[in-house]
Design a protein around this ligand. Structure first.
Ligand code: FES
Ligand code: FES
Length: 168
């Protein structure tokens, strides 16, 4: 089947098998390997990307279901102005070790902060509860997301355009 998908603001047209999963379309067809693939059983959450501005586990979505829709992946977080605040937070607070869960964590974090700019630790933990980190014990991930929230609040107060929530 031929599908047409907007990924990170760029249009792609491709011939895909009806059974192809979105995660494999992103990684293997488009070469966007920032979206990771861990379990294929909807458990680990490393494959989280946005489908029309909503985080989804891309191993649970067929590529054909994205036909005519917008997808945002971790590659779309960075803008011409630089890294997204969430990416900077993970860097500043050591929110990653092996990095395998990190793209999915950051996509969920970006969505959370777009909808709740000042989340509590419990709200952050709930937001990422469908995603597994095998390395960090989650402390630094939560701290990274709080760092991003606090820095975006400061940027808003100083009138700086953070570009948050704007699909690339
Ligand atoms: S690869 Fe999608 S949830 Fe694990
Ligand atoms: S940083 Fe290794 S799985 Fe999360």
């Amino acid at each position: 089947m031929e599908i047409s998908v907007d990924v990170n603001g760029q249009s792609y047209r491709a011939e895909v098998e009806p059974r192809l999963l979105l995660v494999h379309f992103l990684r293997d067809t488009l070469g966007l390997t920032g979206t990771h693939w861990g379990c294929d059983t909807s458990n680990c959450g490393v494959c989280v990307a946005w489908l029309d501005d909503v985080p989804v586990k891309s191993c649970t979505v067929l590529a054909v279901m994205a036909d005519g829709h917008r997808v945002r992946t971790v590659e779309g977080l960075e803008t011409a102005d630089g890294l997204d605040t969430v990416q900077r937070g993970f860097t500043e607070c050591h929110g990653l070790q092996c990095g395998f869960c990190t793209p999915g964590m950051m996509m969920t974090a970006r969505w959370l902060l777009d909808h709740n700019p000042d989340p509590s630790e419990d709200e952050i933990r709930e937001a990422i509860s469908g995603q597994i980190c095998r390395c960090t014990g989650y402390e630094n991930i939560v701290r990274s997301i709080r760092w991003a929230a606090e820095h975006e609040a400061t940027a808003v107060e100083s009138g700086v355009d953070t570009g948050k929530g704007v699909p690339a």
